[in-house]
Ligand binder design. Structure first.
Ligand code: ACO
Length: 331
């Protein structure tokens, strides 16, 4: 009997209605549409507005849509993992809030924090529970409300990030499809280049941390850029080599959407042409854990059974990784 593999049997996405354009950002900080477009590839991003609206709103909308599309009864879900860097609360986990709202009464859930690589880490984690045979339906959510930790007076970060996310359903298969391989990496020495200075246990919130604007993303952009461009390409190349894949074998690269220049460099290293790269950074910017499910959701109609996809991401931590999977269904 073939071994059990985890296949993605459905994907969904959700972005809030409010569109924050480059032109609107020109009114907030000293920047231009031209700079943002040429340096990042971003034209607009979505913002979740409204009192009490956290990341769980994005997760709930995504999972509701996913259950409807896949005809899944919420009580049949075994596990819900939410990859997020902007949880609704320090505790409880946003996964629990999502599971409760969608009626996943028999599921356990937890959050996973790996910054922009979180969705890949969560997908690899979720697939292990399926592969052991223990669980049959695992939902993996990747969602962030980045606007909650962005300083709209800092032009080097506020132009990059947006809010949004998506979800996938993992189910077992014994056919030659689904998640084939993953490589996950992290290096805490990179923390100093990309982090939030206060609000955690080492520096709890107080008046001084608020006055010093320490509850926002701190990023040394050009340092992070150099690591991202090198490591994302290297890990994607490594997973191709481990699975005897050439550029021509791959149907789509599904890259984390942090910067179009990083994506282009990754595709070049992999020997993949631009038409085989999933891209939506122009519409949504960097939604951190949301980028990869949003790409899969946007391109779902073009995907066919047995298409070979390489997912790749790099983020704070530093964290980075890649997944090789075969798409399991025709839309
Ligand atoms: N508008 C105009 N000028 C700007 C802006 C802006 N929005 N932002 C920065 N600049 C200026 C800088 O002040 C600097 O000016 P100076 O030369 O006078 O000092 C100049 O542009 C160049 O700045 P750099 O930071 O070197 O610009 P760079 O080309 O590197 O682009 C960016 C900045 C977009 C942040 C890029 O470095 C990047 O994409 N970094 C990687 C991001 C990433 O992958 N992050 C990981 C995932 S995020 C996560 O995990 C949460």
């Amino acid at each position: 009997m073939n071994k059990i593999q985890a296949k993605i049997s459905g994907v969904s996405g959700y972005v809030p209605d409010y569109v924050l354009t480059n032109h609107e950002l020109e009114q907030l900080v000293d920047t231009t549409d031209e700079w943002i477009s040429t340096r990042t590839g971003i034209k607009e991003r979505r913002i979740l507005k409204g009192e009490g609206q956290g990341t769980s709103v994005i997760g709930i909308e995504s999972v509701k849509q996913l259950l409807e599309k896949t005809n899944t009864n919420p009580v049949d879900i075994d596990l819900l993992i939410c990859a997020t860097t902007t949880p609704d609360y320090q505790f409880p986990a946003t996964a629990n809030l999502i599971a409760d709202a969608i009626g996943a009464k028999n599921a356990f859930g937890y959050d996973l924090q790996a910054a922009c690589s979180g969705f890949i880490f969560a997908l690899a984690t979720g697939s292990q529970y399926i592969e052991t045979g223990k669980y049959k339906k695992v939902v993996v959510v990747g969602a962030d409300k980045m606007s909650s930790i962005i300083d709209y007076e800092d032009r080097s970060t506020c132009v990059i990030f947006g809010d949004g996310g998506g979800a996938v359903l993992l189910e077992p298969t014994q056919e030659d499809t689904g998640i084939i391989d993953s490589i996950l990496r992290s290096d805490g020495a990179g923390a100093k280049h990309l982090h939030m200075k206060a609000g955690g246990s080492s520096r709890p919130a107080n008046h001084a941390t608020i006055d010093a604007r320490e509850h926002f993303v701190y990023q040394e952009g050009s340092v992070v850029f150099k690591f991202a461009v090198t490591q994302m390409a290297a890990v994607a190349k490594e997973i191709m080599e481990n699975n005897q894949l050439e550029g021509n074998d791959i149907t789509y690269l599904v890259p984390h959407q942090a910067n179009k220049r990083i994506i282009d460099a990754t595709a070049r290293t992999m020997g993949i042409s631009n038409d085989k790269v999933m891209l939506n950074i122009d519409k949504y910017g960097n939604t951190t854990n949301g980028t990869i499910p949003l790409c899969l959701w946007n391109y779902e109609q073009k995907l066919k059974r047995d298409d070979k996809l390489i997912l790749a991401a790099f983020g704070g931590g530093f964290t980075w990784g890649s997944i090789y999977l075969k798409w399991a269904y025709n839309s």
